[in-house]
Ligand binder design. Structure first.
Ligand code: CUA
Length: 321
């Protein structure tokens, strides 16, 4: 018995330590949700234990007529109503707590779902602060996310920070979160949105308010001038290949809005919405044949580019931090 139970318990417990675990909250909203979950679980287990006990008792002692009607009223009506009402009132209280403003001036961040990536904007920092698949927040400050979609229904969910909210066409939903400890929290689109729904990840990086301020100031600046010939050639090849039809790189002629803004793409953790780590090699591979890496995405394969051009473009983009 013990030999059978140990692997099962190990499996169950391992699930509590995943990068997207809602039971290891790094934010106030996630902690409240985790507490709610534990209370609900405890309540459910208590009810199961009680009912199982009564079934066992009844089986053991057989049927008696006396007092059975009172028992039905108490055990079948009064007890469930009391238990469920208690849990309902508690969960409604937690729900209201999650929606109540805690700060006069929270940080506003717009997140727009696309098939299959996330556009992220900081409207209070100016029109330039646009990035993709990653958002940064200062530790200890309330952030209000304004969630919308450019195409189909997506769902924003970073389990360690807050609850899950759908992004429905024509509507803007709001989600409040506050990171209590610095770190990188992984999130995932939580509503099926097409072939690459599973590859629609994002990361929330929580850092100190001072570092966040510096980072945000950097994001609003245009792309840095290339430092060497390779990167200068990369910028030229990028513009010549027509990449600017879909991508914006502020400070150049590229001003497309179909794909992610690449002005500071070199500073991001991943490319392709969490598909690959971000470095010169993966950028090069992505440009050459993103359709093999993430079939069906909007970016065509640029396999006609010379390898020297590819390398130069990747070197330039990777340097745009
Ligand atoms: Cu976007 Cu699933």
């Amino acid at each position: 018995m013990r030999r059978a139970l140990a692997p099962a318990a190990a499996l169950a417990l391992a699930a509590c330590d995943a990068p997207q675990s809602m039971l290891q909250g790094g934010g106030t909203a996630a902690t409240a949700i985790a507490d709610l979950w534990w209370v609900m679980l405890t309540g459910a287990l208590a009810v199961v234990a009680l009912v199982t006990g009564l079934v066992a008792y009844g089986t053991w002692h057989g049927r008696t007529e006396s007092g059975s009607l009172r028992f039905v009223y108490l055990g079948g009506l009064a007890l469930p109503v009391a238990a469920l009402s208690g849990l309902l009132v508690y969960s409604a209280g937690v729900g209201r707590e999650l929606e109540t403003a805690t700060e006069a001036a929270p940080l506003r961040v717009e997140v727009i779902g696309h098939q299959w990536w996330w556009e992220v904007r900081y409207p209070d920092a100016g029109p330039g602060a646009v990035l993709a698949n990653e958002l940064r927040v200062p530790v200890g400050r309330t952030v209000v996310l304004e969630l919308s979609t450019a195409d189909v229904i997506h769902s924003f969910w970073v389990p360690a920070l807050a609850g899950k909210v759908d992004m429905t066409p024509g509507r803007t939903a709001r989600l409040r979160l506050r990171a209590e400890s610095a770190g990188t929290y992984r999130g995932q689109c939580a509503e099926f949105c097409g072939a690459q729904h599973a590859r629609m990840a994002l990361h929330v990086v929580a850092e100190s308010p001072a570092r966040f301020r510096d980072w945000l100031a950097g994001q609003t600046r245009p792309a840095a001038e290339p430092e060497d010939d390779l990167r200068r050639a990369g910028r030229e090849a990028f513009l010549a290949a027509g990449c600017g039809a879909c991508h914006t790189v502020r400070g150049t002629d590229a001003a497309g809005t179909v794909g992610p803004d690449l002005t500071h793409v070199g500073g991001r953790l991943t490319i392709g919405a969490g598909v690959l780590p971000n470095n010169i090699g993966t950028i090069q591979g992505w440009i050459a044949d993103s359709q093999t890496i993430k079939p069906g995405n909007r970016m065509p394969a640029f396999d006609r580019l010379e390898s020297t051009e590819l390398r130069a473009i990747a070197a330039w983009l990777a340097g745009l931090e």
